[in-house]
Design a protein around this ligand. Structure first.
Ligand code: GRF
Length: 200
């Protein structure tokens, strides 16, 4: 019998460098899965562009396209189900996942965060702010975390973490760069492991 290839949707709002690293891993069969959809709150972004260049449908599903939040959440869920999406991979998605979607996709939504959770996480902790807070706190190490997503920002079960040193003279930008490079290696590893464990 042919092996099942997990159908993934990636949610993005920005450059999508993590999406690219994950897509490479699926292409190289390091992860036994395929991206069938790229969803964004924005009308255009680097990640959507990359998706389209690679034959992956990229769609905007945004709150302001709908009269209320419930219909927005329902439309998101419909889009996922129409595309028979099995797992949702967040890669720089700048919105909260509606609870109605979390409920249906419980334990099947994954995110990468640019710090060692539970430190430096939660609402408002994103982008360069995370790295500025790490430096401000005088930490000697930071890192990246891949975790499950539930109803609360950055609270879901931690799947994998990797430490990154904070170096003398680091700025939020230099630290961000080092952590991002770590994410590109960690995220495919963590997702690959999760999916292979689900299939076992
Ligand atoms: C990464 O730093 C990730 O940790 C966070 O959003 C950023 C996305 O960057 N969740 P990219 O779009 O994958 O380059």
């Amino acid at each position: 019998m042919a092996e099942h290839i997990t159908r993934l949707a990636v949610f993005c709002s920005g450059t999508g460098s993590n999406f690219k690293a994950l897509h490479r891993a699926t292409n190289e069969k390091y992860i036994n899965a395929e991206f069938v959809l790229c969803l964004s709150n924005r009308s255009q972004c680097g990640a959507m562009e990359y998706a389209r260049e690679n034959g992956i449908p990229a769609l905007q599903v945004s709150e302001n396209q709908f009269p209320d939040y419930e219909r927005f959440a329902a439309a998101m869920l419909d889009t996922l189900q129409e595309n028979r999406v099995e797992y949702i991979v967040l890669a720089g998605y700048m919105r909260k996942i509606p609870d109605a979607v979390v409920e249906v996709y419980r334990d099947r939504i994954v995110n990468v965060h640019p710090a060692l959770l539970p430190k430096f996480g939660g609402e408002g902790m994103y982008g360069i702010r995370v790295h500025a807070a790490v430096l401000e706190a005088g930490e000697t190490e930071s890192g990246a975390t891949v975790h499950m997503v539930d109803e609360v920002y950055d609270r879901g079960r931690i799947l994998m973490q990797q430490k990154v040193p904070v170096l003398p003279g680091d700025t939020p930008e230099t630290l961000a760069q080092r952590v991002l490079a770590c994410e590109h290696e960690l995220y495919p590893r963590a997702l690959g492991k999760l999916l292979s464990e689900q299939k076992a």
